[in-house]
Design a protein around this ligand. Structure first.
Ligand code: GRF
Length: 211
């Protein structure tokens, strides 16, 4: 079986990139990271990608105010590397509509909460966990979902809960959720690689593994 060619988009630390790459490298999932695209030249995750000889690309700064140019650049970069599945792993820029259309149901994102709660514009990083604690939730978790035109609103593929404890801080809650992200994201990519993910409206059906 050939490996599913994946493009990973990051903006920072890259711990989800590392978790995904580890599973690819070990052969636990039939996927291969063909390119890492970063919105920032300073992203720590870029250092990891370079150290593993994974091709990298940084979104050119002048595209910040040019969504059409950004869409064209991103599509070309993904296609040049033969990417079939796009993974957003802490990527902080909105994916332009032409890219979503070109990769319909083939872009996934990992979010550190149980969507549709605590998602949407501005809900990233520490803000998510602060909002969960401010609301007084008893559980939070992680969601891997299909990316659609609106922030954090495509259908979930995998979700997993973690408890919220009485003495949690945004940091302690984030630290409990991160390992769950690191497990869910590679699992979701593995399901795509096995051709088991089927999107039917808002439902993502995971088919049985073929024997
Ligand atoms: C993760 O918490 C992810 O859910 C969110 O951004 C964070 C990225 O962390 N979308 P890392 O760069 O993968 O370490």
């Amino acid at each position: 079986m050939t490996n599913l060619p994946v493009g990973v988009l990051i903006s920072g630390r890259g711990s989800n990139l590392i978790a995904l790459h580890e599973q690819c490298r070990k052969g636990s999932i039939a996927a291969e990271i063909r390119v890492v695209v970063s919105s920032s030249a300073q992203a720590k995750g870029l250092e990891y990608a370079r150290s593993r000889s994974i091709p990298t690309a940084v979104v050119p700064a002048l595209m910040a105010a040019e969504p059409e140019a950004f869409a064209g650049w991103l599509l070309k970069t993904l296609r040049d590397h033969g990417v079939a599945l796009v993974v957003l792993a802490g990527f902080l820029r909105k994916i332009p509509a032409p890219v979503i259309q070109a990769y319909r149901n083939r872009i996934v994102n990992v979010h550190p909460a149980l969507l549709p709660a605590f998602g949407g514009k501005g809900m990233y990083g520490r803000h998510v966990h602060e909002a969960v604690l401010a609301y007084g939730c008893k559980v939070s978790g992680a969601t891997v979902h299909i990316v659609s035109e609106e922030y954090d609103s495509g259908p979930p593929i995998l979700q997993q809960c973690v408890p919220v404890l009485d003495d949690d801080t945004p940091e302690s809650l984030a630290a409990r959720i991160l390992p769950v992200e690191h497990s869910l994201l590679p699992r979701a990519v593995g399901l795509f690689a096995e051709g088991r993910v089927h999107v039917q409206g808002r439902r993502v059906i995971i088919r049985e593994a073929s024997k």
